[in-house]
Design a protein around this ligand. Structure first.
Ligand code: F6P
Length: 320
């Protein structure tokens, strides 16, 4: 029996469920026996592993988060716990793994591969879109649509009260969500770690706008800059406008996966199963310049995240 186990690990992202379903269905079609590991790396150590039944993955495709649940396990850093995880896999005859998560999870599985030789394929999933080597990670489109809905709502109240709103988006150290959201919602300000900002120039530009009749301001700030509270005070003092701060928080991580996330989940899952069947041992699935592919984990570890240059350029004037 050729067992293949599927797990989700790290921060949850919309698209994980359709990826789980597609991986299970496709693996079975290819003659493998699919297993599900619940609770991520923690579940691997605790033996939370069972053969996938059809009903486990039916009716999950449209659900946000991950039905397999997730974790960020510190125990997995220790060899003794990884050994226990390996023994658990052996009990079930599992000799292939698919991990749907971020680069931390990929690194953990790579260490596991080095220790015990269990091949794995990684599917990038994080709303931050910050995994090197791929243009797209599962969850990003759904998060962007959640953010768009929130900003549209905020705009209603901002226009009604002639106020400025500073809206903080997630993204840890990456400004992708903030930039795309600023562009798609026509924001006046965008502050992200990747772009230098100039508050003096911004003040001059916006004071002129307000004088010319601009009634409200939307400012999108990436959490990684830690600038949201400061900017809210700055707007009050420098633009003489009432300002409020909204931290969107975890609402951005939830919601039913968009069409894009469902289709991308399908493509990533099929690539991951095919990659393992082809005998690859530690590849990460990628979507680059419109094409699916895969790269060695070392490439992910040694490459810097490259943000889309067009988006960076389009946002530049919103930081000044
Ligand atoms: O990596 C995904 C992410 O949602 C980041 O955008 C955010 O900084 C972080 O996870 C939040 O982590 P937690 O859910 O552990 O609070």
């Amino acid at each position: 029996m050729e067992g293949i186990a599927i797990m989700t690990s790290g921060g949850d992202a919309a698209g994980m469920n359709p990826a789980v379903k597609s991986a299970v269905d496709y693996a079975r079609k290819k003659g493998l026996t699919p297993f599900l590991i619940r609770n991520g790396l923690r579940g691997m150590i605790d033996g939370d592993i069972a053969q996938a039944k059809r009903e486990d993955v039916s009716g999950i495709l449209h659900r946000g988060g991950t039905v397999l649940r997730s974790s960020r396990s510190k125990r997995f850093f220790e060899y003794e716990h990884r050994k226990t995880a390996y023994e658990n896999l052996q009990k079930h005859g599992i000799n292939k793994l698919i991990v749907i998560g971020g680069d931390g999870s990929f690194a953990a599985l790579n260490q596991f591969y080095a220790d015990f030789g269990v091949p794995f394929a990684g599917i990038p999933a994080t709303i931050d879109n910050d995994i090197p080597g791929t243009d797209y990670c599962l969850g990003v489109d759904t998060a962007l649509n959640m953010i768009r809905d929130s900003i549209d709502s905020i705009r209603d109240t901002a226009t009604s009260f002639s106020r400025a709103f500073v809206i903080e988006t997630m993204g840890r150290h990456c400004g992708y969500l903030a930039m795309v959201s600023a562009l798609s919602s026509g924001a006046e300000i965008c502050i992200v770690p990747e772009l230098e900002y100039d508050l003096d120039a911004m003040g001059e530009r916006l004071r002129k706008d307000v004088k010319d009749g601009r009634g409200y301001i939307l400012a999108i700030v990436a959490e990684g800059t830690n600038m949201a509270e400061y900017l809210t005070r700055w707007i009050k003092v420098n633009l003489n406008m009432d300002a409020r701060l909204t931290v969107l928080g975890h609402v951005q991580r939830g919601g039913s996966p968009t069409v894009r996330d469902r289709i991308m989940a399908y493509k990533f899952a099929v690539s991951a199963v095919d990659s393992l069947i082809a005998g690859n041992t530690n590849k990460i699935m990628i979507y680059k310049d419109g094409t699916m592919g895969s790269v060695d984990i070392e490439t992910v570890n040694s490459t810097k995240v490259e943000l889309n240059k067009d988006i960076l350029q389009l946002c530049e004037h919103l930081s000044k």
